[in-house]
Structure formats: C-alpha cells, structure tokens
Write a protein that binds this ligand. Structure first.
Ligand code: GUN
Length: 292
C-alpha cells in the first residue's frame, strides 16, 4: 500500500514557516508585512472559492491582502488599468489575476501586462523563460508545490522516468520543465504527454513518477501504472452528486485501484491543492523581500 502524501499537513507546516518568518521580519523592524492582491472577474464558483481561500491564507500568516472584484462584463482596458495601478503601487508586493477570464478578454494580454517582479503566479513569459533557463524566477504555484512535496517526502527523482500528462501553462508544461531541471527534486527524464499522445499506457507503465493534470475523473487506472510508481494527482473536478453540497471533488487518478500498487500517492482533495495555495504565499514572501 502506498504512502499517502498529506498535502494538508505539509501546507500547514509551510504556512507556519512563512508566518514565523513574517513575525521575525516585523520584530526586526519591518514597516509593513507582505501584501498580496488578487483580481477576480465574474461569479464562477470555483474561482470565487479559490480566491477566498487565498485571502484567508494571507490573514493566517500575517500578510495584508486586497481583493479587487469585477463584473463578468468588465472590458479588457478596465482590467489593464487596474493591473497598471497594482504594478505601480509600491505597497503591493505581488498580485494574481484569477483564471479563467471571460472569453472577450485576451488572457495573454492580461498576463503580459503584469509586471514580472509582481507576478507571484509565475505566469508571465519573463518568469516562465527564466524558469526554463534555470534562472531565479517565480515558479507557478502548483508545480512548485509538487516539487516541495517531493522534497519534503524525500522522493528521489534523479535519473527517474517521469510522465507528465497535460501541457497547460499553469501545471503540465512548467511541471515538465522543473522535473527536468538540475537538482533533486529534478534531474528526471521527462515525457510530456497530451491529447495527441498515442498509446499513453506504453509510457505510464514504464514511469517511476506520474503526474496527471487532465481534469478527467478516474482516468489513471491500476493497469496503466507499474509497481512502486509515485502518483501525483493534480486533477480537481467538481462532480455533481446528491449530497447537500451538490457535488464532490474528484481527481484524475482512480485512487482505490492505484493506491495498493503505488509507492506514494496524493489524495484529492488534500493532496496537491493545499500546496498550491501555500506556494503562492511563499512566492509573495519572495516578492516582498525583493521589493522591500
Ligand atoms: N486558476 C486556476 N489555478 C490558478 C492559479 O494558480 N492562479 C490563477 N491566477 N488562476 C488560477
């Protein structure tokens, strides 16, 4: 039976470390704590929940936070103006624009308008490029959180074969870069699989590490993995049910069939998700230290 990677406990430990560091900085005479801002557009339930949790996390570790809300109908130029103001506000160390954005807004334009020094999501091409070149940069929070889990669970990735399923800019593609970069975690031989990949099982069955970021509940089954594989599940899909909430969260991995075969496995919820939020705090602390 696999060791279940506890993302909640690891994120809590990380947040306590961040909190202790902020307290130390303040006792040493810092004039203000780190300040994270978030822009939220529209009424999407998942986005509202994510941003709400991010604001709550800030309180928990002693950061200031600012939430800026816009209606779905906001124009791209209004959004760009708000971003410009945040870029110029010296009291704000970093900010995020919660994705996805409404279809009439060019997401790429928005991301590129964020000053790279305040891009704590690590989505700006400048940060992405620096990450790919193994230069100092903000790393996207989800893959960075997975690297942190691998490190804290002492999972050796050097020389291992890793298959990343999904090539999104937020998870899959940066994940493949980080796992293939020098270091441990890192130094893995990485296959980045996607919707056009043929015979995916051929690769996953050989993999020492599998990271799924598909949003396809229960996709990865026991017959697709080998004994002792490390399974990291990034999928979080709301599946409607008859519960009071009306839905539950489901991962990409068929947990009951894979857990007995794997060496390590992340649950959904309680695996990668909490780490994403914790890493955003870590990136904000980095921005603060650079800015302050
Ligand atoms: N939407 C889903 N995940 C994320 C994230 O990490 N950052 C932002 N800005 N939007 C998201």
């Amino acid at each position: 039976m696999a060791i279940i990677i506890d993302g909640n406990a690891t994120a809590k430990a990380l947040k306590n470390e961040v909190k202790a560091e902020v307290e130390l900085l303040m006792t040493k005479g810092a004039k203000r704590p780190p300040h994270l801002a978030a822009i939220l557009v529209g009424e999407d339930g998942a986005s509202k929940a994510y941003v709400g949790s991010k604001v709550k996390d800030c309180e928990l570790v002693g950061y200031k936070s600012t939430l800026i809300k816009f209606e779905d109908s906001v124009s791209e130029s209004e959004l760009l103006k708000a971003i410009q103001e945040l870029n110029e506000d010296e009291g704000i160390d970093g900010f995020i624009v919660q994705l996805p954005l409404p279809k009439h807004i060019d997401q790429e334009n928005i991301i590129q308008s964020i000053h790279p020094d305040k891009d704590v999501d690590g989505f700006h091409p400048m940060n992405f490029g620096k990450m790919a070149l193994e230069m100092d940069a903000f790393h996207p929070a989800t893959p960075a959180g997975i690297m942190e889990l691998l490190e804290r669970y002492s999972i050796n990735t050097v020389g291992k074969m890793a298959v990343v399923i999904g090539r999104s800019r937020i998870v899959g593609r940066p994940m493949s870069i980080l796992l293939g970069s020098k270091g441990n975690p890192g130094d893995a031989t990485v296959i980045l699989a996607h919707s056009k990949t043929k015979e995916l099982e051929k690769y996953t069955r050989q993999a020492d590490i599998i990271i799924t970021a598909l949003g396809n509940p229960g996709f990865l089954k026991a017959d697709m993995i080998s004994e002792g594989a490390v399974i990291i599940d990034v999928g979080i899909t709301r599946v409607d049910d008859t519960s009071k909430k009306g839905y539950h969260l489901a991962g990409d991995v068929d947990f009951p069939s894979c857990a007995p075969i794997a060496s390590y496995i992340t649950p959904v919820p309680g695996g990668v998700g909490p780490m994403t939020r914790a890493m955003l705090l870590k990136n904000t602390l980095k921005a603060y230290k650079n800015n302050y």
